[in-house]
Design a protein around this ligand. Structure first.
Ligand SMILES: NC(=O)c1ccc[n+]([C@@H]2O[C@H](COP(=O)([O-])OP(=O)(O)OC[C@H]3O[C@@H](n4cnc5c(N)ncnc54)[C@H](OP(=O)(O)O)[C@@H]3O)[C@@H](O)[C@H]2O)c1
Length: 248
């Protein structure tokens, strides 16, 4: 299968692991995020061909240029993994309009723009796989995470999956719990700053929130991404990879 995948957030954490997983499966992988040095490191870890294209997914014209470059150099993108994202934690009364808009722009509007750009070619070719890296915050409400939870509850995946059913294009969400990535390292740093606990105590507290008692590895999330990519029968789903935190 000569398929072209495009992974946003490929420079770090889950996006990096997903890119490596797809490369191992034989796909050519377009790697994107803002920092070129991080993309180069991911490219070095991929066994197959890669194309690194730095882009800020919150810039609409940059998203268009990203897909245009992939099409120009390699051809139509058949697999999109939208992993670029970030978290933000604050009490509701301390969440500014700017914080709110930043979360929606990065975690919801950017995947929307990527989907809108890639879907016409997928539909025309009768093949497409889209996986958005969502969160347990897509499934349940969590304290101090109003903006992040809203951005992850957007409904985009379910609506577009319903719209494209029967076209050969599937759209799914993978919903991780706490994963051992730089994003969780930032969360641990925030807990240390706000509570005075040590980093070890903060990490243990996050581990204890997951029934399996440990953080999820990025590779475990990447396996769930591949599970979605490999099947035409799975669409419109939210696949939890959270050690049993959300039972649905
Ligand atoms: N870690 C967790 O526990 C966890 C749990 C649930 C869901 N998630 C979700 O999983 C996804 C990936 O998280 P992660 O843990 O892998 O985080 P991470 O290690 O911080 O990686 C985030 C990636 O997104 C890129 N990125 C951030 N802002 C961007 C922008 N404006 N334009 C383009 N790329 C951008 C970053 O690269 P640059 O900074 O170079 O752009 C980086 O490659 C996120 O959507 C997150 O919400 C994570």
């Amino acid at each position: 299968m000569d398929r072209i995948a495009l992974v946003t957030g490929a420079g770090s954490g889950i996006g990096r692991a997903a890119a490596i997983r797809l490369s191992r499966a034989g796909l050519r992988v377009v790697l994107s995020s803002r920092r070129a040095d991080a993309l180069a490191a991911t490219a070095a870890a991929c066994p197959g061909p890669t194309l690194a294209v730095p882009a800020d997914v919150t810039d609409p014209s940059a998203v268009d240029r990203l897909f245009g470059r992939a099409e120009h150099d390699w051809g139509a993108v058949g697999v999109l993994i939208a992993s670029a994202g970030a978290g933000y934690s604050a009490r509701i009364e301390r969440t500014s309009d700017a914080d709110w808009n930043r979360m929606l722009e990065l975690n919801l509007t950017a995947p929307f723009r990527c989907l809108r750009r890639v879907v016409p070619a997928m539909r025309a070719r009768g093949y497409g796989r889209v996986v958005v890296i969502a969160s347990t915050a897509s499934r349940v409400g969590e304290p101090y995470l109003a903006a992040y939870t809203a951005s992850k509850h957007g409904g985009l995946v379910r609506a577009v999956a319903a719209e494209l059913a029967g076209t050969g294009v599937t759209v799914n969400a993978v919903c991780p719990g706490f994963v051992d990535t730089p994003m969780t390292a930032t969360t641990i740093g925030n807990i240390v700053q706000k509570t005075g606990r040590t980093a070890e105590q903060a990490r243990s507290a996050l581990e204890a929130r997951q029934p399996i008692g440990r953080l999820i590895t990025p590779e475990e999330v990447a396996d769930a991404v591949w599970f979605c990519v490999a099947s035409e029968a799975i669409t419109g789903q939210a696949v939890n990879v959270d050690g049993g935190t959300v039972q649905s």
